[in-house]
Design a binder for this molecule. Structure first.
Ligand code: ME8
Length: 658
């Protein structure tokens, strides 16, 4: 029996055009879907649109059109972006699809018939934006505790789902299925939420207040609460969008990818709904973090929204896919800045990967007439061996990282091989071998190893950067079909019989100048994809770290004069009369130091204690506001400090940073 993998994204509200958050989850889901397809799984990848509810009704009335027309107009914006981002979904749900509505009504009737839905009078504080009620104790100063917008008191007869009945069963499930809610910190949050008694869930809205929704099958005067309607898409999509003869067997889903803000609706509402519907729970729900922009929350009013279209236009689809998944661990919040994006583009895509591909193909052209030497050469040197070993364990590592949704680690592993391959070229110096006919066998070994590395990288990049991989495949003259099941068995070094000539082609990632001025900076716009490239942002850009305009080049020996060390903050307090300065006591392994740091606007002292940071340990002591500082903490930012540098691993204090 073949293995199945079912991955979903949230279905996105069509109250506006798609943004980076939508792109982020959808790219992550696409990478998983592509990987498991290549691994020989039967895959169903579902995404779509959440078209009902108050938000959409309001957006439509603002535009002075009826809600269905509004949805029909916005839907292509999402589909177009997915095409541009090379998203290969298997199903695209719209909650206004009649088939979806039928499934929702069927489940509602089923719960109603079982006595799990009842009618009651309800008075509460209602937040239109979040489309949910809050109790008296939740609301402070008349504001929604979630989005801080004003709430209004609403009293109405509603239908309720007996969610409270499933509280213990849900807690037990979460505690006994450790993969169910990920990452672990989020599991603890949900368990924390479940400490309080769970209330029943209002699943209807009177048509007099909201007409844009699916009618309740047992009361035509009410429509279904938008979350109940939306969550059912994970089941309805399978029913009517999959052509697989056993589509229902894709349930339970392997993973629902969601943003951290909608974890509760998934972990609690959806899970208890499934319990009521007597359907198994998904294997896992993974909550990813949120992107900020240059340290600030993205919002249209601030004009700091990242426009995915503009990023793709400037840097290409694969660079955008790469950056989003490489920059930040999937469960954590991350900051988007053009400087960082450009930095990774130049260093990792243009210099490392792009260079490796063009150097290798150029040498195959120059020294072997575009033909890959036949497979014979055994590994001869330690370098050959190391390259081969690293490539041979690549796929297991990728699979391991993707299993725990560590996209950044999977990419780090792949790019580790790229770096090693570039060093291999430097060490083996094929151009020197080419000058001496006696060294031709050795030259062929080296060229063969380069071709094999290219082949392994082509396969490995396929899920992440499909255009790039496809282009590498063509350049290398590979004839294998790498659309499906190509990773069923991982490739073996030396097994492929090369017969076609290679072609060098144009640069995969041409070097780019950092857009330096507001006018030339197309990535951010207050009104994103509708006006690609025209509306420019107001955020000033930090200069690129890779251009030499701002800082003179230094040699490695100069850099090595700076002694950087891992340190732990033991104490922190404000420096009197300063809003910016904090006095820290840090452990640098060999001793405790007092450091005065200008980080007081970003951090409260109590948030810092226990943090692992990086410090300059050999800076001459200096006095700041009369207090001696015996070192310096490393932090990112220019005029404004955006954050302290930390470490992603558990590294002992005192360890040298190189
Ligand atoms: O919540 N960074 O839809 P939605 C990362 N229709 N992710 C972000 C983000 C950011 N800055 N901003 C938003 C809905 N998101 C419902 C879902 S599912 C049955 C119904 C993410 O369009 C957010 O976390 O408001 C969420 O996962 C997704 O965008 C969709 O948000």
């Amino acid at each position: 029996m073949s293995k199945r993998f079912y991955v979903t994204t949230p279905i996105y509200y069509v109250n506006d055009v798609p943004h980076i958050g939508h792109a982020y989850t959808t790219i992550a889901a696409d990478v998983l879907a592509r990987f498991y397809r290549l691994r020989g799984y039967e895959v169903f990848f579902l995404t779509g649109l959440d078209e009902h509810g108050q938000k959409v009704q309001q957006a439509a009335s603002k535009a002075n059109i009826d809600p269905q027309t509004h949805c029909d107009q916005l839907m292509p914006k999402f589909k177009d972006l997915w095409t541009k981002l090379n998203i290969a979904q298997d199903g695209f749900v719209r909650t206004t699809d009649p088939q979806h509505q039928t499934v929702v009504q069927r489940y509602l009737q089923n719960l109603y018939d079982k006595g799990l839905i009842y009618q009651a009078e309800y008075t509460g504080w209602y937040c239109t934006f979040d489309e949910r009620f809050w109790t008296e104790k939740d609301v402070k100063k008349g504001l929604c505790p979630d989005c801080q917008r004003p709430v209004e008191q609403v009293s109405e007869r509603n239908y309720f789902f007996r969610m409270s009945q499933f509280q213990d069963q849900l807690k037990e499930h979460i505690q006994t299925h450790l993969d169910f809610i990920q990452p672990e910190s989020r599991r603890n949050e949900v368990l924390g939420f479940l400490q309080k008694p769970l209330e029943d869930l209002s699943i209807s809205r009177p048509k007099s207040r909201l007409s844009w929704g699916i009618e309740l099958p047992f009361d035509r005067d009410c429509v279904t609460y938008v979350w109940f309607d939306a969550l059912v898409n994970y089941l309805s999509g399978l029913e009517y969008l999959s052509s697989h003869p056993k589509a229902s067997e894709f349930w339970p889903a392997s993973v629902h990818l969601v943003g951290k803000d909608i974890l509760t609706t998934h972990a609690v509402y959806w899970s208890t709904m499934l319990m009521g519907m007597e359907r198994p729970l998904p294997q896992s729900i993974f909550a990813h973090g949120w992107w900020t922009m240059n340290g600030e929350k993205m919002s249209k009013s601030r004009g700091n929204v990242v426009d995915p279209h503009a990023m793709v236009q400037e840097f290409g689809t694969d660079a955008f896919r790469y950056f989003l998944l490489r920059e930040v661990p999937f469960g954590q919040d991350g900051d988007f800045s053009l400087t960082t994006f450009h930095g990774r583009y130049q260093a990792e895509l243009a210099n490392d990967l792009g260079n490796f591909v063009s150097r290798s193909l150029a040498m195959l052209g120059n020294f072997s007439k575009n033909m890959i030497p036949s497979n014979a050469p055994e590994t001869e040197t330690e370098w050959d061996h190391q390259l081969q070993q690293t490539a041979s364990t690549l796929f297991e590592k990728i699979e391991h990282h993707l299993y725990s949704l560590e996209f950044h680690r999977a990419l780090e592993t792949i790019f580790g091989l790229v770096q090693m391959a570039n060093q291999y070229i430097d060490k083996t110096a094929p151009w020197v071998l080419a000058k001496d006919p006696e060294k031709t066998p050795r030259l062929h070994t080296v060229l063969f190893h380069l071709a094999e590395t290219l082949r392994f990288l082509t396969y490995a990049l396929m899920p992440f950067m499909p255009h790039t991989a496809e282009s590498m495949k063509t350049r290398l003259g590979l004839t294998v079909d790498i659309s499906n099941s190509a990773f069923l068995n991982y490739p073996n070094w030396g097994e492929y019989a090369y017969i076609n000539p290679v072609t060098k082609g144009a640069s995969l990632f041409p070097k780019k100048d950092m857009p330096r001025t507001e006018e030339s900076q197309p990535a951010f716009s207050p009104n994103p994809p509708l006006t690609t490239g025209k509306n420019t942002q107001t955020v000033p850009l930090a200069p690129s770290p890779l251009t030499s305009h701002d800082a003179p080049m230094i040699g490695i020996d100069e850099f090595q004069k700076v002694q950087l060390k891992i340190a732990k903050i033991l104490e922190a307090e404000r420096v009197p009369k300063s809003s910016k300065l904090l006095k820290l006591k840090v452990d640098i392994g060999t001793e405790h130091r007092q450091i005065v740091a200008g980080i007081g606007k970003k951090y409260a002292p109590e948030d810092l204690v226990g943090k692992t940071i990086v410090v300059v340990a050999n800076l001459k002591p200096a006095k700041l506001m009369g207090i001696e500082s015996q070192g310096m903490v490393l932090a990112a930012g220019e005029n404004e400090m955006l954050g302290l540098l930390g470490v992603s691993e558990d590294i002992p204090v005192g360890t040298k940073v190189k």
